[in-house]
Design a binder for this molecule. Structure first.
Ligand SMILES: [Cu+2]
Length: 385
């Protein structure tokens, strides 16, 4: 009898042990599952972006930051104001981010993105997410937002042409002054990094109501898409410490919607301006990187630390003169698995390069096309110890 009772007690403790183990496994399973669900949950990322008309200064320091000298005759072709010259400040239309749908308060640009200059705000997403852009046109011309790479339907393409659509599917094409439109873009696998890409890639968005005039007015910005599972909560790639976006473009202010307004506002004697004069035309070709010429990008916005994993997203924009060859001094990069210290850009090229800076110092970053370099397409970056 005693033996049987001991046996039953033994069996009870075995059952109890199994019960505790099972409960533990269930709790662990639930925990793991919730983490999985958390990682896989797609985000809707909402941005409030307006077009604002602003006075943009291509050279706010009023000097050549690369030579450390005042502007010389070559630079003055582009930057000097005069009776029949606009100079270095132009009215432009730029994309700017606001805090909410009231469009009352500009969202402050965080320190790591201050180098964007005249570019629109970074729109980020991870593959699987949805991007919503609440767009407001605060300007005096119709504008739009046309994205590259992401998935859009006809009410979110932002480009007017004979595509057989009507009604609401046209409301995105050219948003009138004062009006708003909500663009919805999804981010399927094919909008994200391909097999040979790094963990995040670059797309552009730009106005496409009157494409040439709009983009020369300044309406362009970056979209960064991160591979599924590789994004931090804010969408940035986990395996990168510092990101830079740079646009190499000769802004043709002659083709901007604001040419007449710029002549009237900035030329000393607007009536003396001959818009057909070749030299006047030349004076309005702004060979810029993110809207800065002759190293006028604030140097403290172009800094990184030695050993950081730095990702450069570079893009081109413009016309047949816009074949650019950005070149980094002092450090090398990987592009598409190949080592280089330069990269080729054509209009709307979007390329991603990774750098692990190992050479401390202040370094040139410039277009290697001779004519562009002398016309001001040059800036610097800093590698700190
Ligand atoms: Cu160039």
């Amino acid at each position: 009898m005693k033996k049987i009772i001991t046996k039953i007690k033994g069996m009870q403790s075995v059952y109890l042990f199994m019960l505790i183990m099972a409960a533990g496994l269930i709790v662990m399973g639930l925990f793991a599952n919730s983490r999985l669900v958390q990682a896989a949950a797609p985000h809707t990322r909402t941005y409030y972006i307006a077009v604002d008309e602003v006075e943009w200064d291509y050279a706010p320091t009023n000097s050549n930051q690369i030579t450390g000298e005042p502007f010389d005759d070559t630079a003055n072709v582009f930057v000097q104001n005069g009776p029949d010259r606009i100079g270095k400040v132009y009215i432009k239309a730029l994309y700017r981010e606001y805090t909410d749908a009231t469009f009352k308060k500009l969202k402050p640009v965080s320190p790591e993105w201050r180098h964007l200059g005249l570019l629109g705000p970074v729109i980020r997403a991870e593959v699987g997410d949805k991007i919503v852009v609440v767009f407001k046109n605060n300007a005096s011309h119709p504008f739009s937002m046309h994205p590259h790479g992401v998935f859009y339907q006809k009410d979110s393409e932002g480009a007017p042409y004979a595509d057989g659509t009507s009604g609401g599917n046209k409301s995105d094409d050219a948003v009138p002054p004062g009006a708003t439109h909500t663009y919805t873009w999804s981010v399927p696998e094919r909008a994200g990094p391909g097999p040979m890409d790094p963990s995040s890639i670059l797309w552009a968005y730009h106005s496409h109501a009157d494409e040439v005039a709009d983009t020369n007015a300044g309406l362009i910005g970056p979209i960064i898409i991160t591979r599924k599972g590789m994004a931090e909560a804010d969408g940035s790639p986990k395996d990168v410490d510092r990101e830079f976006v740079t646009l190499y473009s000769v802004f043709d202010e002659n083709s901007s919607l604001y040419l007449d307004e710029n002549i009237q506002t900035f030329a000393g004697d607007p009536s003396s301006v001959d818009v057909d004069d070749e030299d006047f035309g030349e004076s309005n070709l702004m060979h810029s990187i993110n809207g800065y010429v002759y190293g006028n990008a604030p140097l403290d916005t172009m800094t990184m630390k030695k050993g950081e994993r730095v990702r450069w997203y570079v893009m081109g924009m413009g016309t047949e003169v816009d074949l650019h060859t950005p070149h980094w001094h002092g450090n090398t990069l990987l592009w598409s698995g190949m080592r280089s210290d330069m990269v080729e850009l054509l209009p709307m090229s979007m390329k991603v390069l990774d750098m692990i800076p190992d050479d401390v110092g202040t370094w040139l970053f410039h277009c290697h096309v001779n004519d562009h370099l002398t016309a001001g397409m040059v800036t610097r970056f800093v590698v700190k110890p």
